[in-house]
Design a protein around this ligand. Structure first.
Ligand code: ZN
Length: 307
């Protein structure tokens, strides 16, 4: 596609980052497609606030209508002699070198085509910042596409505000609060689940001990943790279910000194009312919540009949 304008905006953006961070940026590559553009920047740290400052700088340069000039040098070495700290994708440049200058803003060696003036970019918008390995990916759009996406993003944000019962001023804090409330509630639920599971009275037959229980609205992770702890004791089996709104979660586990195939027993007992599996000594699955108690009882009976 014709990416002259998008590409020129990228020069302005990288130049803005260089000014803000006071370092020469290393751009590994830039991809252009009809859906947008991505710059792959090799840098240890890049945050949203810096990117937004650079974005603002680019848009004011666009409004000012900064000229874009090109100059040729016989080689990259010659260009670097005249312009110390020149940014260049050296792997791609050989022989004669074109140096592109955005008037009083940025200079870079580049073989691609450029707009004659930054005003051709119209509007510059960053749509994503993410870290992958040792580099950051910055998605951006330009011109009419940027205007349309800006409207779409603001619509999305307004809907998020509506969903959270927040406004543009409070939405960040509201989102943080929702997140921390969720984490705190989970912590409480786990503590309560632990208490409830600790109240199970084990059944014994000979040397065999079976912890059995059908619960609802506990934290699934806690069932797994409980089972993991109990089966470190000799000749111990744990079979638990935990009903949620639609189905029940099942954990079925045994200590290593028992010769029971939990997978096989689970499949035979639950049949079409269960799915899941795991290792011969530790199974997790989803079962029909109305049949959960019956399935748990039957598994426990099967285990006890082996003992
Ligand atoms: Zn270029």
């Amino acid at each position: 596609m014709e990416s002259r304008v998008q590409h020129t905006a990228e020069h302005a953006f990288i130049g803005a980052l260089q000014k803000l961070l006071d370092r020469t940026m290393q751009v590994r590559k830039v991809e252009h497609s009809k859906d947008g553009n991505t710059a792959f920047i090799v840098i240890p740290q890049l945050d949203i606030d810096t990117v937004v400052k650079a974005e603002k700088m680019v848009n004011s340069l666009i409004s000012e209508g900064r000229a874009v000039k090109t100059k040729s040098f016989p080689s990259l070495e010659d260009a670097k002699k005249e312009i110390p700290g020149l940014r260049a994708n050296e792997a791609r440049i050989s022989g004669e070198v074109r140096v592109v200058e955005i008037e009083n803003h940025d200079v870079a060696a580049c073989a691609m085509e450029h707009a004659g003036n930054l005003s051709e970019c119209g509007f510059f918008l960053v749509t994503r910042l993410s870290k992958k390995g040792n580099e950051y990916e910055v998605d951006f759009v330009v011109g009419q596409q940027a205007k349309e996406i800006a409207v779409a993003i603001s619509a999305k944000l307004l809907k998020v505000c509506e969903e959270l019962g927040a406004n543009l001023n409070t939405v960040e804090n509201t989102a943080k609060k929702v997140k921390s409330d969720g984490q705190n509630n989970l912590k409480k639920l786990k503590a309560l689940s632990k208490e409830k599971l600790a109240g199970i009275l084990p059944q014994t037959r000979g040397q065999l001990t079976v912890f059995k229980g059908s619960f609802s609205n506990l934290a699934d992770e806690q069932l797994m943790e409980f089972a993991g702890e109990k089966i470190t004791s000799a000749k111990t089996v744990v079979v638990l279910s935990n009903a949620g709104p639609d189905s029940a979660y099942l954990t079925f586990a045994r200590s290593n000194d028992l010769d029971l195939d939990c997978n096989k027993i689970f499949r035979e007992v639950a049949g079409p009312d269960g799915r899941g599996g795991g290792k011969p000594h530790f199974v997790t699955g989803i079962i029909d919540k109305d049949k959960a108690a019956a399935i748990i009882d039957k598994i426990a009976d099967t285990v006890l009949s082996h003992g």
